[in-house]
Design a protein around this ligand. Sequence first.
Ligand SMILES: [Zn+2]
Length: 345
Amino acid sequence: MHKSPIGRALELAYNSGTLTAIHRAQRNRLTVLAYHRIDDPKAPEFCTFAPNVSATPQAFAEQMDLLCTLFNVVSMQQVVAWLEGHSQLPPYAALITFDDGYRDNFDNAFPVLRARNLPATIFLATDCIGSSKPFYWDLAAHCFKNTKLHVAELPVLGTSRWLNDDERQDVALRWVSTVKSLPDSEKQQAAARLPETLDVTLSDRSFADLHLTWEQVCKMQAVGFEMGAHTCSHPILARIPLSEARRQISESRTAIEENTQQPVVTFAYPNGLSSDFTQAHQTLLAEFGFRAGFTLVPGPMSFSRALQQPMAIRRIFIGWRDDLPRFLAKLTGLARLADRLFAGK
Ligand SMILES: [Zn+2]
Protein backbone atom coordinates (compact mmCIF):
# COMPACT_ATOMS: atom_id res chain seq x y z
CA MET A 1 0.00 0.00 0.00
CA HIS A 2 1.26 3.49 -0.83
CA LYS A 3 2.36 5.26 2.35
CA SER A 4 2.06 8.94 3.23
CA PRO A 5 5.17 10.82 4.46
CA ILE A 6 3.84 10.47 8.03
CA GLY A 7 3.25 6.75 7.45
CA ARG A 8 6.84 6.30 6.25
CA ALA A 9 8.22 8.31 9.19
CA LEU A 10 6.21 6.18 11.65
CA GLU A 11 7.47 3.00 9.99
CA LEU A 12 11.04 4.21 10.39
CA ALA A 13 10.39 5.13 14.03
CA TYR A 14 8.85 1.68 14.58
CA ASN A 15 11.65 -0.32 12.90
CA SER A 16 14.40 1.63 14.65
CA GLY A 17 12.88 1.05 18.09
CA THR A 18 12.14 4.76 18.60
CA LEU A 19 8.43 4.18 19.10
CA THR A 20 9.12 1.49 21.69
CA ALA A 21 11.50 3.85 23.49
CA ILE A 22 8.85 6.60 23.53
CA HIS A 23 6.38 4.07 24.90
CA ARG A 24 8.75 2.91 27.64
CA ALA A 25 9.25 6.48 28.84
CA GLN A 26 5.54 6.72 29.73
CA ARG A 27 5.01 4.31 32.61
CA ASN A 28 2.07 5.90 34.39
CA ARG A 29 -0.49 5.98 31.64
CA LEU A 30 -3.85 4.37 31.09
CA THR A 31 -4.19 3.32 27.46
CA VAL A 32 -7.74 2.37 26.51
CA LEU A 33 -8.16 0.85 23.05
CA ALA A 34 -11.50 1.47 21.32
CA TYR A 35 -12.42 -1.17 18.77
CA HIS A 36 -15.68 -1.56 16.87
CA ARG A 37 -15.64 -4.37 14.33
CA ILE A 38 -13.07 -7.07 13.57
CA ASP A 39 -13.70 -8.10 9.99
CA ASP A 40 -12.35 -7.80 6.45
CA PRO A 41 -13.89 -4.73 4.78
CA LYS A 42 -12.34 -5.80 1.43
CA ALA A 43 -14.13 -9.18 1.39
CA PRO A 44 -16.68 -9.40 -1.45
CA GLU A 45 -19.52 -10.29 0.92
CA PHE A 46 -18.82 -7.29 3.18
CA CYS A 47 -21.52 -4.71 2.48
CA THR A 48 -21.93 -2.74 5.70
CA PHE A 49 -20.13 0.42 6.87
CA ALA A 50 -16.38 -0.07 6.37
CA PRO A 51 -15.15 2.89 8.52
CA ASN A 52 -16.48 1.00 11.55
CA VAL A 53 -14.05 -1.86 10.97
CA SER A 54 -11.15 -1.53 13.39
CA ALA A 55 -8.95 -4.35 12.11
CA THR A 56 -9.01 -7.56 10.11
CA PRO A 57 -8.83 -10.70 12.29
CA GLN A 58 -5.16 -11.14 11.34
CA ALA A 59 -4.21 -7.51 12.07
CA PHE A 60 -6.11 -7.72 15.36
CA ALA A 61 -4.08 -10.80 16.38
CA GLU A 62 -0.84 -8.96 15.55
CA GLN A 63 -1.98 -5.93 17.55
CA MET A 64 -2.81 -8.12 20.55
CA ASP A 65 0.63 -9.78 20.35
CA LEU A 66 2.31 -6.38 20.36
CA LEU A 67 0.07 -5.20 23.19
CA CYS A 68 1.06 -8.23 25.32
CA THR A 69 4.74 -7.50 24.73
CA LEU A 70 4.69 -3.82 25.67
CA PHE A 71 1.71 -3.33 28.00
CA ASN A 72 0.06 -4.83 31.05
CA VAL A 73 -3.45 -5.59 29.87
CA VAL A 74 -5.93 -5.02 32.71
CA SER A 75 -9.62 -5.83 33.14
CA MET A 76 -12.38 -3.28 33.59
CA GLN A 77 -12.80 -4.57 37.13
CA GLN A 78 -9.18 -3.61 37.87
CA VAL A 79 -9.68 -0.17 36.36
CA VAL A 80 -12.86 0.44 38.37
CA ALA A 81 -11.21 -0.72 41.61
CA TRP A 82 -8.32 1.64 40.89
CA LEU A 83 -10.63 4.59 40.10
CA GLU A 84 -12.34 3.99 43.46
CA GLY A 85 -9.00 4.02 45.28
CA HIS A 86 -9.06 0.34 46.27
CA SER A 87 -5.97 -0.75 44.37
CA GLN A 88 -3.12 0.27 42.09
CA LEU A 89 -2.78 -0.26 38.36
CA PRO A 90 0.40 -1.75 36.96
CA PRO A 91 2.62 0.54 34.84
CA TYR A 92 1.82 0.58 31.11
CA ALA A 93 -1.80 -0.39 31.83
CA ALA A 94 -3.93 -1.11 28.77
CA LEU A 95 -7.67 -1.81 28.63
CA ILE A 96 -9.32 -3.38 25.57
CA THR A 97 -12.84 -2.18 24.70
CA PHE A 98 -15.35 -2.66 21.88
CA ASP A 99 -18.32 -0.45 21.06
CA ASP A 100 -21.80 -1.24 19.73
CA GLY A 101 -22.03 -5.06 20.01
CA TYR A 102 -21.28 -6.45 16.55
CA ARG A 103 -21.44 -10.21 15.94
CA ASP A 104 -17.85 -10.26 14.68
CA ASN A 105 -16.68 -9.44 18.21
CA PHE A 106 -17.77 -12.98 19.09
CA ASP A 107 -16.75 -14.66 15.83
CA ASN A 108 -13.43 -12.94 15.17
CA ALA A 109 -12.15 -11.07 18.25
CA PHE A 110 -13.19 -13.42 21.04
CA PRO A 111 -11.05 -16.40 19.82
CA VAL A 112 -7.96 -14.16 19.48
CA LEU A 113 -8.45 -12.73 22.98
CA ARG A 114 -9.19 -16.12 24.53
CA ALA A 115 -6.08 -17.66 22.99
CA ARG A 116 -4.00 -14.95 24.72
CA ASN A 117 -6.06 -14.93 27.91
CA LEU A 118 -6.85 -11.21 27.51
CA PRO A 119 -9.91 -9.60 29.11
CA ALA A 120 -12.06 -7.10 27.22
CA THR A 121 -15.15 -4.96 27.73
CA ILE A 122 -17.97 -4.57 25.20
CA PHE A 123 -20.24 -1.51 25.33
CA LEU A 124 -23.64 -2.61 24.03
CA ALA A 125 -26.24 -0.54 22.18
CA THR A 126 -28.97 -2.75 23.55
CA ASP A 127 -31.76 -2.29 20.97
CA CYS A 128 -29.55 -4.06 18.42
CA ILE A 129 -28.58 -7.05 20.52
CA GLY A 130 -30.38 -10.14 19.25
CA SER A 131 -32.02 -8.05 16.53
CA SER A 132 -31.63 -7.74 12.77
CA LYS A 133 -32.26 -3.99 12.88
CA PRO A 134 -29.22 -2.20 11.43
CA PHE A 135 -27.62 1.03 12.58
CA TYR A 136 -28.33 3.76 10.02
CA TRP A 137 -24.71 3.78 8.79
CA ASP A 138 -24.84 0.04 8.04
CA LEU A 139 -28.21 0.42 6.34
CA ALA A 140 -26.80 3.21 4.19
CA ALA A 141 -23.67 1.26 3.26
CA HIS A 142 -25.78 -1.76 2.31
CA CYS A 143 -28.13 0.30 0.14
CA PHE A 144 -25.33 2.15 -1.64
CA LYS A 145 -23.44 -1.10 -2.23
CA ASN A 146 -26.48 -2.83 -3.75
CA THR A 147 -28.12 -0.06 -5.73
CA LYS A 148 -28.09 -0.28 -9.53
CA LEU A 149 -28.82 3.43 -9.87
CA HIS A 150 -26.31 6.09 -10.90
CA VAL A 151 -28.35 9.07 -9.81
CA ALA A 152 -30.82 9.49 -6.94
CA GLU A 153 -32.75 12.15 -5.08
CA LEU A 154 -31.26 11.34 -1.68
CA PRO A 155 -32.91 12.34 1.59
CA VAL A 156 -30.96 15.29 3.11
CA LEU A 157 -28.30 15.48 0.33
CA GLY A 158 -30.66 15.92 -2.63
CA THR A 159 -29.75 14.99 -6.21
CA SER A 160 -26.54 12.98 -6.25
CA ARG A 161 -24.72 11.21 -9.10
CA TRP A 162 -21.93 8.67 -9.30
CA LEU A 163 -20.22 7.07 -12.26
CA ASN A 164 -18.27 4.27 -10.58
CA ASP A 165 -17.78 2.39 -7.31
CA ASP A 166 -15.38 4.94 -5.85
CA GLU A 167 -17.71 7.85 -6.51
CA ARG A 168 -20.66 5.88 -5.13
CA GLN A 169 -18.68 5.14 -1.97
CA ASP A 170 -17.80 8.83 -1.62
CA VAL A 171 -21.48 9.75 -1.84
CA ALA A 172 -22.30 7.06 0.77
CA LEU A 173 -19.70 8.46 3.18
CA ARG A 174 -20.90 12.02 2.59
CA TRP A 175 -24.49 10.94 3.21
CA VAL A 176 -23.61 9.22 6.51
CA SER A 177 -21.51 12.12 7.79
CA THR A 178 -24.20 14.67 6.86
CA VAL A 179 -27.00 12.67 8.45
CA LYS A 180 -24.91 12.13 11.59
CA SER A 181 -25.25 15.80 12.51
CA LEU A 182 -29.07 15.81 12.31
CA PRO A 183 -31.35 15.55 15.33
CA ASP A 184 -31.99 11.88 16.08
CA SER A 185 -35.61 11.69 14.85
CA GLU A 186 -34.74 13.33 11.49
CA LYS A 187 -31.80 10.96 11.17
CA GLN A 188 -34.06 7.92 11.61
CA GLN A 189 -36.58 9.28 9.08
CA ALA A 190 -33.88 9.95 6.49
CA ALA A 191 -32.48 6.42 6.93
CA ALA A 192 -35.94 4.87 6.59
CA ARG A 193 -36.39 6.49 3.16
CA LEU A 194 -33.02 5.36 1.80
CA PRO A 195 -33.85 1.79 0.54
CA GLU A 196 -36.73 3.05 -1.59
CA THR A 197 -34.75 6.05 -2.83
CA LEU A 198 -31.91 3.78 -3.96
CA ASP A 199 -34.31 1.09 -5.21
CA VAL A 200 -32.93 -1.60 -2.92
CA THR A 201 -35.16 -4.30 -1.45
CA LEU A 202 -34.26 -5.44 2.04
CA SER A 203 -35.01 -8.95 3.24
CA ASP A 204 -35.27 -10.36 6.77
CA ARG A 205 -31.79 -11.79 6.24
CA SER A 206 -30.11 -8.54 5.11
CA PHE A 207 -28.76 -7.78 8.58
CA ALA A 208 -29.48 -11.07 10.34
CA ASP A 209 -25.90 -11.77 11.41
CA LEU A 210 -24.78 -8.24 12.12
CA HIS A 211 -25.24 -7.97 15.88
CA LEU A 212 -24.45 -10.11 18.90
CA THR A 213 -27.17 -12.20 20.48
CA TRP A 214 -27.72 -12.19 24.24
CA GLU A 215 -26.58 -15.82 24.27
CA GLN A 216 -23.21 -14.80 22.81
CA VAL A 217 -22.97 -11.90 25.26
CA CYS A 218 -23.51 -14.33 28.15
CA LYS A 219 -20.99 -16.85 26.75
CA MET A 220 -18.30 -14.17 26.66
CA GLN A 221 -19.25 -12.87 30.08
CA ALA A 222 -19.03 -16.38 31.54
CA VAL A 223 -15.29 -16.42 30.76
CA GLY A 224 -14.54 -12.98 32.15
CA PHE A 225 -15.55 -10.50 29.47
CA GLU A 226 -17.33 -7.46 30.84
CA MET A 227 -20.31 -5.57 29.43
CA GLY A 228 -20.93 -1.85 29.62
CA ALA A 229 -23.84 0.31 28.46
CA HIS A 230 -23.81 2.36 25.24
CA THR A 231 -27.48 3.53 25.20
CA CYS A 232 -30.42 1.66 23.59
CA SER A 233 -30.54 3.11 20.06
CA HIS A 234 -27.16 4.88 19.87
CA PRO A 235 -28.24 8.56 19.73
CA ILE A 236 -25.57 11.23 20.21
CA LEU A 237 -26.47 12.36 23.73
CA ALA A 238 -25.78 16.07 23.10
CA ARG A 239 -28.41 16.04 20.33
CA ILE A 240 -31.33 14.64 22.34
CA PRO A 241 -33.21 16.10 25.33
CA LEU A 242 -31.66 15.31 28.71
CA SER A 243 -34.79 13.37 29.73
CA GLU A 244 -34.34 11.09 26.70
CA ALA A 245 -30.63 10.71 27.49
CA ARG A 246 -31.60 9.66 30.99
CA ARG A 247 -33.96 7.01 29.58
CA GLN A 248 -31.39 5.72 27.08
CA ILE A 249 -28.70 5.40 29.74
CA SER A 250 -30.90 3.77 32.33
CA GLU A 251 -32.83 1.40 30.02
CA SER A 252 -29.70 0.15 28.28
CA ARG A 253 -28.18 -0.65 31.64
CA THR A 254 -31.36 -2.45 32.78
CA ALA A 255 -31.49 -4.49 29.56
CA ILE A 256 -27.93 -5.74 30.07
CA GLU A 257 -28.43 -6.44 33.76
CA GLU A 258 -31.64 -8.39 33.10
CA ASN A 259 -30.10 -10.45 30.33
CA THR A 260 -26.77 -11.16 32.00
CA GLN A 261 -27.64 -11.03 35.72
CA GLN A 262 -24.50 -8.94 36.27
CA PRO A 263 -24.26 -5.34 37.45
CA VAL A 264 -23.31 -2.74 34.81
CA VAL A 265 -21.13 0.11 36.09
CA THR A 266 -19.48 1.47 32.95
CA PHE A 267 -20.74 3.46 29.98
CA ALA A 268 -19.39 4.63 26.61
CA TYR A 269 -20.79 7.79 24.99
CA PRO A 270 -22.07 7.19 21.41
CA ASN A 271 -19.72 8.86 18.94
CA GLY A 272 -17.81 10.00 22.03
CA LEU A 273 -16.12 13.21 20.86
CA SER A 274 -16.04 16.19 23.20
CA SER A 275 -19.03 17.81 21.46
CA ASP A 276 -21.13 14.62 21.74
CA PHE A 277 -21.67 14.73 25.52
CA THR A 278 -21.74 17.39 28.22
CA GLN A 279 -21.02 17.80 31.91
CA ALA A 280 -24.73 17.11 32.50
CA HIS A 281 -24.34 13.61 31.02
CA GLN A 282 -21.30 12.94 33.18
CA THR A 283 -23.31 14.01 36.22
CA LEU A 284 -26.18 11.76 35.12
CA LEU A 285 -23.86 8.77 34.94
CA ALA A 286 -22.52 9.46 38.42
CA GLU A 287 -26.08 9.83 39.78
CA PHE A 288 -27.02 6.49 38.24
CA GLY A 289 -24.09 4.87 40.04
CA PHE A 290 -21.84 4.35 37.04
CA ARG A 291 -18.17 4.21 38.02
CA ALA A 292 -16.59 5.18 34.68
CA GLY A 293 -17.57 6.86 31.41
CA PHE A 294 -15.56 6.34 28.22
CA THR A 295 -15.16 8.84 25.37
CA LEU A 296 -13.55 8.74 21.94
CA VAL A 297 -11.52 11.84 22.71
CA PRO A 298 -8.05 10.58 21.74
CA GLY A 299 -5.88 9.22 24.56
CA PRO A 300 -3.75 7.94 26.16
CA MET A 301 -4.25 9.55 29.55
CA SER A 302 -1.92 9.93 32.51
CA PHE A 303 -3.02 8.03 35.61
CA SER A 304 -3.52 11.31 37.49
CA ARG A 305 -5.71 12.80 34.74
CA ALA A 306 -7.90 9.67 34.52
CA LEU A 307 -8.40 9.72 38.31
CA GLN A 308 -9.59 13.34 38.03
CA GLN A 309 -12.05 12.58 35.21
CA PRO A 310 -13.48 9.10 35.70
CA MET A 311 -16.60 9.98 33.67
CA ALA A 312 -14.57 11.19 30.67
CA ILE A 313 -11.83 8.63 30.13
CA ARG A 314 -10.07 9.03 26.81
CA ARG A 315 -9.64 6.16 24.40
CA ILE A 316 -7.71 5.39 21.24
CA PHE A 317 -9.81 4.74 18.15
CA ILE A 318 -8.28 1.98 16.05
CA GLY A 319 -9.10 1.87 12.30
CA TRP A 320 -8.52 -0.94 9.81
CA ARG A 321 -6.03 1.15 7.84
CA ASP A 322 -3.71 1.37 10.87
CA ASP A 323 -0.61 -0.73 10.29
CA LEU A 324 1.48 -1.81 13.31
CA PRO A 325 3.70 1.33 13.29
CA ARG A 326 0.63 3.61 13.31
CA PHE A 327 -1.06 1.39 15.91
CA LEU A 328 1.89 1.77 18.29
CA ALA A 329 2.23 5.47 17.42
CA LYS A 330 -1.43 5.94 18.36
CA LEU A 331 -0.91 4.13 21.67
CA THR A 332 2.03 6.38 22.54
CA GLY A 333 0.08 9.51 21.60
CA LEU A 334 2.65 10.28 18.90
CA ALA A 335 0.27 9.73 15.96
CA ARG A 336 -2.07 12.36 17.39
CA LEU A 337 0.81 14.79 17.72
CA ALA A 338 2.07 14.04 14.17
CA ASP A 339 -1.40 14.48 12.68
CA ARG A 340 -1.82 17.77 14.52
CA LEU A 341 1.58 19.06 13.41
CA PHE A 342 0.95 18.14 9.79
CA ALA A 343 -2.76 18.99 9.73
CA GLY A 344 -3.75 21.14 6.78
CA LYS A 345 -0.66 20.15 4.84
ZN1 LIG B 1 -21.02 3.28 19.14
